[in-house]
Write a protein that binds this ligand. Structure first.
Ligand code: MN
Length: 192
């Protein structure tokens, strides 16, 4: 596969500010809010999720802040991803998780707030979980599907950056799930 110069648009430089008090991106072009109901089918205890949706009037589960950058080879997309703390049954709140459509693209996640895990899997069944805490930078290599899990009591907030032409593939994770889940246990988290 080769790339032509004209596949990467020329745009003007710009700056965004990350607000370290609120842990949000100021001046974001896109603010995606994922409510609890979008997580139907992802947690082991689906009844517990339904109770959260009903009792909390479909509360915010996680959100992302993004800037408009061309989704092209050569550009870098970036975001702030913020996951609320909580449990669905004994399972910690998490994101849906995804592969990249162009599978040979990696991603950087830099943890700004909270604690949790980046759980990762390959299509052939490899599994990995990297602990995240403020200051941790997780390298998600190409080919690894990834999901973040909040095991703390405050939001888990991360800055992420990835190739502009990576794309998102949620469907395969929706079907396959991950080989392991992260549960709350007395004393330490349980990944099983
Ligand atoms: Mn990604």
């Amino acid at each position: 596969m080769s790339y032509l110069k004209n596949e990467t648009r020329l745009i003007n430089p710009f700056t965004v500010t990350i607000d370290f008090a609120e842990n949000i991106m100021l001046g974001a072009d896109v603010h995606n809010e994922r409510k609890a109901s979008v997580m139907r089918g992802y947690y082991k205890d689906s009844a517990a999720l339904e109770k959260i949706i009903t009792d909390g009037n479909d509360p915010l589960h996680y959100e992302t802040f993004e800037k408009h950058v061309p989704e092209e080879y050569g550009h870098l997309l970036f975001c702030i991803s913020k996951i609320q703390p909580g449990l669905v049954g004994n399972e910690f709140f998490m994101t849906k998780g995804h592969y990249h459509t162009r599978v040979n693209t990696g991603e950087i996640y830099f943890c700004l707030q909270g604690q949790g895990y980046m759980v990762m899997k390959t299509p052939s069944g490899d599994f990995d979980a990297q602990k995240m805490t403020r200051g941790s930078m997780v390298y998600v290599p190409p080919y690894w599907g990834h999901r973040s899990v909040n095991t703390g009591t405050e939001p888990l907030t991360m800055f992420c950056v990835y190739p502009g032409d990576a794309g998102h593939n949620y469907g395969d994770i929706e079907i396959e799930g991950f080989p392991k889940r992260v549960y709350a246990r007395k004393g330490s988290d349980l990944i099983e």
